[in-house]
Design a protein around this ligand. Sequence first.
Ligand code: 9MG
Length: 282
Amino acid sequence: MKKYWQTARRKLSFEKTLVMAILNVTPDSFSDGGDFFSIDDALRQAESLVEAGADILDIGGESTRPASRRVSSEEEIRRVLPVVEAITGRFYIPVSIDTSKSEVAAPAIEAGAEIINDVSGLRFDEKIAQVAAAENSGLILMHLRGDFETMHKQSPVEDILKEVSEAFRRSIEKAESFGVKPEQIALDIGVGFSKTFNQNLELLAKLDKLVAEFPNFPMLVGTSRKSFIGKVLGDASVDERLGGSLASAVIAVWNGANIVRVHDVKATIEALKVVEAIKREL
Ligand code: 9MG
């Protein structure tokens, strides 16, 4: 059992699975129809996620979905900073900043975020590790291959478990070389990033092997509403993926995940309460 996860403001315990709720501030989410994000909308959304039982709010201002375009640091800061400030000022809930840019991570932590969610595992900007070390923040190291433009276009590797395991080791080593402590780090297999459809399924099916290989690091898994679920369900739209999202979160937790990143907080918590009740009888 991992002891705790060190963030910039507290130690998070893993007595139960932590539910990280997704709060996007990209133009297709909290837009007032134009270029501005309504802080009131963001606060309302945060309030409903907190009331539903979220343990962490993950705030992101740059979409990483296939075909997304990179936004400048200035634009990302303009999108996320007021929201991080407003939410951390109103709620006592850990906030993670979903960014792979150190220029965004630093002011976001200053504004009250306490975890950096780096989907690139320090591949896009290793100075993220400098920020995490200086601020004693949590640091999520997710697996992907390629750069921002090519991460969804990589040709498949033969052995995805070996690839993810080796990449985890490189990311951990890089983080520690900047002074990040092991207890600040969480690992993430990066479902939907640089993997084939079958490799996403294989990673979830065999997650227990990676968990056993990295026993000192919490494992985070994000499957919520992702396209592999749509494919399994016969081209189900994003709105039709709740059952599949819950099934994949249940499998991830059964196989050792400590944190799940989700859209549907209440339904996920209910599903995980049942998983944890069953697991206690093992
Ligand atoms: C930002 N983002 C999108 N998918 C993700 C996933 O699976 N894990 C993490 N940590 N972040 C993600």
